[in-house]
Ligand binder design. Structure first.
Ligand code: ZN
Length: 392
């Protein structure tokens, strides 16, 4: 599927610009027309970190006329291993300003607009409205869903990328022509299931591998050339050195871009993604099991004590066999701790894994160091183990 160019061509290129972009101009598919379209393009980069760094540098070098940068953070020494738009002398500076200086050094003809604020439901539409295309380089789920939903609601295409250790993914989400991020990932993963790069690490050069795919796709969309990565998920494994493609279809039941959407405006993304306390995140990291693992433990008579920390009404709707109901508050008030067995492994679960992560932090603090919780909770259990049971 090829798509028409996103942007109309600028009136002309200057003599300096013709010299600068000559290696583009002599590619028939780009040519004068494509380069003029890039000159007229406005691209917003969300984040000037791992993915934003190479993306901004190549978009600038390519001659994209206007580059917006959303970034509120400052440059830290630990960023320099991969965020190559910043240098040693930028440590402690605003990332947005540091990125702008690098862009200007690469290409002084680029108009740079800084948005030195955290992207949120109050500013995202206003910021996005100014741009033709969004490039998402964020590393947290709340912002990802925010970017997706705002892009779909405004009818904007966006190029998405994600990186972790040696693995990367990229795609183009554009609800008018294909799936959105929610079609691929309807639910945010439960807290503790997907570690961030800050927790798990990332190979620096992976940022360039995925960031360059994002820029490649951005240029194709702006100039209207090639086959855009719409409806396809690119999966890169740097250790195996393989690129795989997975078809992603538009989900007719998508809550946002489906036939009967239930999400019609921006929502509370922290709540949607299961905002949990720092303590709960720490407790869940490395102490989260899957519903399948729980089933295995049960089937092999592993000596566990399974606790459901939801409310009685929820327990009535659906529960995991063998679970004892002790609502979360009993733990927070301290009443439940004396009921805990000393000789069994404690396994907690709730609906999706948010509340059980909080209780897990309480138990770890009380000395139950080997307690774990079930990522995805009873919903994950039903999906994976007992699909005949109801979810709520
Ligand atoms: Zn969708």
């Amino acid at each position: 599927m090829s798509l028409p160019p996103l942007v109309e061509p600028a009136a002309e290129l200057t003599v300096d610009e013709v010299r600068r972009y000559s290696r583009h101009l002599i590619i028939p598919d780009v040519g004068m027309d494509g380069q003029k379209r890039l000159k007229n393009s406005k691209v917003l980069c969300v984040g000037a970190g791992g993915l934003g760094s190479p993306a901004l540098m190549y978009l600038a070098a390519a001659g994209v006329g206007t580059l917006g940068i959303v970034e509120f953070d400052t440059v830290d020494e630990s960023n320099l291993q991969r965020q190559i738009i910043h240098g040693q002398s930028d440590v402690g500076r605003s990332k947005a300003e540091s990125a702008r200086d690098s862009v200007k050094e690469i290409n002084p003809y680029v108009n740079v607009i800084l948005h030195e604020e955290r992207l949120d439901v109050d500013n995202v539409k206003e910021i996005f409205a100014e741009y033709d295309l969004i490039l998402d380089g964020t590393d947290n789920f709340a912002t990802r869903y925010l970017v997706n939903d705002a892009a779909v609601l405004l009818g904007k295409p966006y190029v998405w990328g994600s990186i972790y250790r040696f693995d990367g993914q990229a795609s183009v989400f554009w609800a008018e022509h294909g799936p959105c991020y929610r079609c691929l990932y309807p639910e945010a993963p439960p807290p503790g299931m997907v570690p961030s790069c800050a927790e798990g690490g990332v190979l620096g050069v992976l940022c360039a591998s995925i960031g360059s795919i994002q820029v490649n796709e951005a240029i194709k969309l702006l100039a209207g050339i090639g086959e855009p990565l719409v409806g396809r998920l690119m999966i890169y494994d740097a250790l195996e050195m393989t690129y795989r493609q997975v078809k992603v279809r538009k989900d007719p039941n998508c809550a946002l871009c489906g036939e009967n959407p239930t999400v019609t405006d921006l929502i509370d993304y922290e709540a949607f993604c299961g905002a949990v306390s720092e303590e709960a995140q720490v407790a869940a990291a490395g102490n989260t099991i899957t519903p399948k693992q729980l089933k295995e433990w049960q089937d092999t008579d592993e000596d566990i004590y399974l606790i459901d920390v939801r409310e009685p009404a929820e327990y009535e709707i659906v529960s995991i066999p063998g679970a004892t109901l002790i609502p979360k508050n009993e733990f927070l008030l301290g009443n439940a701790l004396e009921k805990m067995p000393q000789d069994k492994k404690i396994v907690l679960h709730c609906k999706t894994g948010v509340r059980s992560a909080e209780v897990l932090a309480v138990l770890h603090a009380a000395g139950f160091a080997d307690a774990v919780h079930v990522g995805g909770g009873v919903i994950g259990w039903v999906n994976q183990i007992e699909p005949e049971k109801p979810v709520y």
